[in-house]
Write a protein that binds this ligand. Sequence first.
Ligand SMILES: [Zn+2]
Length: 300
Amino acid sequence: MFFTKDGKNKLLTIICMALLLLMKSEVKAEVNGEELWLWPLPYDKGITSYHGERDIPVAGASSNHKGIDISAIEGTPIMATKSGDIVPMGYDRRMGNWTVIDHRDGTYSTYQHMQSHEIIKEGFVNKGDIIGYVGRTGNSTGAHLHFEIRIGEVGRAKEFYLMPPVNPLSYEYTNAPPNIIVEKEEPIQRKDNKNSMSKNIYPYPERIIYRNIPMMRGDDIKWVQTALCDLGYILVVDGFFGDISKTMLIQFQRDNNLVANGVCDESTLEKLNELTKTNEVLISQETSDVVSETIGVSKP
Ligand SMILES: [Zn+2]
């Protein structure tokens, strides 16, 4: 076959467009498979910092790492890990340019230290859509993506920082790089959050704690809540003993063969203390069901 120079260019354009269309339809197919997650970078240089406790890499960084750091060349496109509503969070001195996606199923993902905020979309994004580019804005030693997943109520992206983080590596990704070791554990089990430092600064409770009207409040309740959080029960550490705290405590009592009455008495306190020292309790399937009912979280 013979082509003029123009004809050749046209043919090339058509081939490129066909390829692009094919790629797009592949992404679409995955979206319909819903539960699958997408590794947020098409190419990277590996994970430089894992979820959980770590040595502080740069002054001001968190010693309890809420997500994972993926090293990549500056300008690498960042893709939505799952479809959902994108909520640009703007610029933060620590997180740099960052954004959150509400996946409409009780899971949220965040992308931090992005190069620029201007190109970021708003509204609904499909899994695989480019939502930004790897940068080094905020508190960062080099170009990388801080990627984090949290669990909370749908439609509350602005309260992202209040939600409990989960280890992103406890999920399976369709396109994870070969060096990624997925931790096959219940995503809401947070074994790596050994004895959170915050628990130590709250006083060990000296009173019996229970759901009362008005709600009991205090730092000793934060102690109980932090202990429950460390063991994987999902609640907010706010110092108020409300319905969610009570539900989670009852579940904890059930999981540990204590009297399941939601009253934090001496034996419950002792068990909480003992388990957060060794942190060996496994969250039961039943617990995740209770979580779903209580705060409207669907299981990841
Ligand atoms: Zn990080």
